[in-house]
Design a protein around this ligand. Structure first.
Ligand code: ADP
Ligand code: MG
Length: 410
């Protein structure tokens, strides 16, 4: 299918061409017609499937000939990084349309607050905002949302995980009830359904949610003890021409330690974690995106939704706690049909957790033994694990056997 078949307004279509999009992704193919019809919907699809354009293009099509100072569209997204990223895509697509947006996000810098306030008071078609910060502005009385027609919630599951549900509910009290509401989520837990019931009217449900990494990703796992991991990383990265590489770990302590080791070993690596100031995080992300350094060591704060093109290699330094996180982390590579490699380090205690991930993604991932110079790692034997659990710990056994795949909507 071609983008021209959507019959988007010519100036919007030119933006699509200028952005180099040739064919719509599956999510875009399903979502754009429904969004153009003006229906409410909830769309569930994993990271990296092209959800941003799926709502931005219809939104622009709707707004294009009705430029006004009144806010007609509001996009809510969980983090400052995402708000900025959506804003950038908006500006890219909107290049020929004359439509403008204001990005509203939190941060400690008070001049940003003032800029946001001035921009809002001057007026604009579109707000792209994180819920907490928008609510702070709303509470001061100068944000007029009374003529809003389009509400979009991007990464709704993440917003709920981050505790934004009350903020969202409050924001909605400022909006006309006659509006089109579009919700996007990577997962469909029951609390998302509750929110959808509250916000959407006769919604269409769009599901592309096979929770699986994109097809172009080559996945494999190393069986390795914790004390072998750093040497294995060096071995994997040494003497290679490195494209962009992200190494994920679940704790910021490990991120800091590994980062220090890598720097000591002479690799051009940077770290990103929640101890960094917002501004520092932005610089790191921007430089990584612009390929100023090849290796980023990160906690999960960057695993969801942040858009960096063409990550060649993602390494899970440890097995993610949630199977969904695995998909999000691996989702950093092979976005929009390029190819990439996703490697996971599995130590002796993470074996059952990894087995759960394999079950969720319905794939058995190839286990690579350590290279000889690293030394032998643990053996991957899920049956042995189970037997051990049975023999040694009833509690553990019960827990392990009771673990089930998260319910999934078809
Ligand atoms: P999601 O929100 O589902 O995680 P994004 O909207 O951030 O995904 O898109 C992921 C990446 O794929 C972005 O770099 C985006 O520019 C690119 N992309 C999206 N749709 C297309 C398309 N139809 N053709 C080419 N690239 C696309
Ligand atoms: Mg997104």
């Amino acid at each position: 299918m071609k983008f021209s078949e959507f019959k988007l307004h010519q100036q919007v279509f030119e933006g699509v061409e200028a952005m180099g999009f040739e064919e719509p992704s599956p999510v875009q193919e399903k979502v754009i017609p429904i969004a153009l019809e003006g229906k409410d919907f909830i769309a569930c699809a994993q990271t990296g499937t092209g959800k941003t354009a799926a709502y931005l293009l219809p939104l622009m099509h709707h707004l294009i000939n009705r430029r006004s100072n009144k806010i007609k569209g509001l996009i809510l997204a969980p983090t400052r990084e995402l708000v900025m990223q959506i804003d950038q895509q908006f500006q890219g697509f909107a290049y020929f349309t004359g439509l403008e947006s204001i990005a509203i996000y939190g941060g400690s810098d008070s001049s940003i607050w003032d800029q946001q306030r001035v921009a809002i008071e001057r007026g604009c078609n579109m707000l792209i905002a994180s819920p907490g910060r928008l609510l702070s502005h709303l509470n001061l009385g100068y944000v007029d949302l009374s003529e809003l027609e389009y509400l979009i919630l991007d990464e709704a599951d993440k917003m709920l995980d981050m505790g934004f549900v009350d903020d969202i509910n409050k924001i909605v009290t400022y909006l006309p009830s006659k509006r089109q509401t579009m919700m996007f989520s990577a997962t469909m837990p029951s609390k998302i359904r509750v929110l959808a019931n509250f916000l959407l009217k006769n919604p269409v449900e769009i599901n592309i949610a096979v929770s699986k990494p994109a097809e172009g990703v080559l996945q494999a796992a190393y069986m390795t003890f914790d004390n072998q991991k750093n040497r294995l990383i060096s071995h994997l990265l040494a003497n290679k021409e490195l494209d962009s590489v992200i190494i994920f770990s679940s704790t910021k302590i490990k991120v800091k330690q590994l980062h220090a080791e890598l720097v000591k070993a002479g690799f051009a690596a940077k770290a990103i974690h929640s101890d960094l100031e917002q501004a520092e995080r932005e610089v790191v992300m921007r430089d990584f995106r612009n390929r100023k350094f090849p290796i980023l060591v990160a906690t999960d704060i960057v695993s969801r939704g942040i858009d960096v093109d063409n990550i060649g290699l993602v390494i899970n330094y440890d097995v993610p706690h949630d199977a969904e996180d695995y998909v999000h982390r691996i989702g950093r590579t092979a976005r929009a049909s390029s190819t990439g490699v996703g490697l996971t380090f599995i130590n002796e205690v993470d074996i059952p957790r990894f087995a759960r991930i394999e079950k969720l993604i319905e794939t058995t991932i190839f286990k690579i033994p350590n290279p000889p110079e690293i030394g032998e790692g643990p053996s991957y034997d899920i049956h042995l694990m189970r037997k051990n659990n049975r023999n040694h710990s009833h509690q553990k056994k019960g827990k392990f056997n009771n673990r089930r795949r998260q319910p999934r909507v078809q």
